[in-house]
Design a protein around this ligand. Structure first.
Ligand SMILES: CC(C)(COP(=O)(O)OP(=O)(O)OC[C@H]1O[C@@H](n2cnc3c(N)ncnc32)[C@H](O)[C@@H]1OP(=O)(O)O)[C@@H](O)C(=O)NCCC(=O)NCCS
Length: 160
């Protein structure tokens, strides 16, 4: 496999959606539609960031979608391209969300994750999230979700 190039985050744009949808389809049992991603580009409180290589700024390695609201940030989607997993890219994306949450003085981040998605649960736990409760039948295919929360009050430096 090619070595990991130098990457930077930036806000997503319409031209990114072909690559994003390809990664999304390979990564989720019920992938988001193009219309779903397009909508996030229009919502003022939505952050849709992509990680691209510095050289071309067009290869997409991963992306994150979260909503910034004063009562709490909601993580909606975090995905890394299959061939680039296990290299710390999702941690990099989580840091961007956590740093913005702290900067905006928002007290907590909430997320839902499939109860069977042990990889994502490990990621979230390693970033300081704790399970608060379970939502039965949360996903369209009947799977339950874990609701997880991270409280950011008192954190002065981003979680490593
Ligand atoms: C979950 C996902 C985003 C992790 O991305 P990644 O870039 O491979 O993760 P990282 O390399 O940044 O690893 C960060 C942490 O995640 C956890 N993790 C990553 N891969 C793991 C694996 N195969 N098994 C268990 N835990 C794993 C670990 O806690 C890891 O920390 P560590 O390296 O210190 O052990 C990625 O697997 C993915 O895109 N999955 C499909 C989409 C998805 O399920 N998204 C989450 C729900 S929206």
């Amino acid at each position: 496999m090619d070595p990991l190039p130098k990457l930077s985050p930036r806000p997503a744009c319409l031209e990114d959606l072909v690559s994003v949808l390809k990664i999304e389809g390979l990564s989720h049992p019920l992938p988001w539609s193009r219309a779903g991603f397009e909508k996030e580009l229009t919502i003022a409180w939505s952050r849709f960031l992509v990680l691209t290589d510095d050289e071309t700024d067009s290869r997409i390695f991963g992306y994150i979608v979260y909503w910034i609201q004063t009562e709490g940030v909601s993580l909606l989607n975090i995905t890394v391209a299959p061939e680039w997993r296990g290299m710390g890219l999702s941690r990099m994306l989580m840091q961007l969300m956590i740093q913005e949450t702290i900067r905006e003085d928002i007290p907590r981040i909430l997320l839902e994750v499939r109860a069977s998605n042990q990889t994502a649960i490990s990621l979230y736990e390693s970033c300081g999230f704790k399970k608060t409760h379970e939502r039965k039948n949360f996903y369209a295919d009947g799977e339950s979700a874990w609701v997880m929360e991270s409280r950011t009050e008192g954190i002065e430096t981003p979680i490593q």
